[in-house]
Design a protein around this ligand. Structure first.
Ligand SMILES: [Zn+2]
Length: 132
């Protein structure tokens, strides 16, 4: 089997934007090993943290994701317990905090993936590297 790896596949599976083969992170999304961002792609040698502090920009992506997630979580809470009132206040608070906590690894990972794949025009996909 040959051919290109799709961008969607590379994004979902956290692959390097340059070769779409190498993993961007060490460790798994939910696991005992805390995930870290690799400095260099093991497959093609692309620097993943292009320059020092590059991933500060990922904080903005992460923030936007957080806002969207909290809106979704709030809406689900609304469907389950009704509008935000005095007697549902703590339910809302606990659900939203738990949601943020559970989604933290997802935000960490996908904010960086979005930054690398969508917001980094300097990193171009090179099909040449997209083979085993
Ligand atoms: Zn790579």
């Amino acid at each position: 089997m040959s051919g290109k790896t799709s961008k969607l596949y590379a994004i979902v599976h956290a692959k390097c934007p340059h070769c779409r083969r190498g993993a961007i992170f060490t460790g798994s999304l939910y696991g005992w090993n805390i995930q870290h961002t690799k400095e260099i792609c093991a497959h093609c040698g692309q620097r993943i943290e292009i320059e020092p502090g590059y991933f500060y920009a990922a904080m903005y992506v992460s923030y936007a994701m957080n806002v969207i997630e909290m809106l979704i979580v709030s809406f689900i809470t609304f469907l389950l317990v009704g509008p935000l009132e005095d007697n549902t206040f703590w339910t809302y608070l606990i659900v939203i905090f738990t949601g943020c906590f559970i989604l933290y690894p997802v935000n960490y990972r996908y904010s960086r993936i979005i930054l690398l794949h969508v917001l980094s025009p300097n990193i171009k996909y090179k099909p040449y590297y997209d083979k085993v």
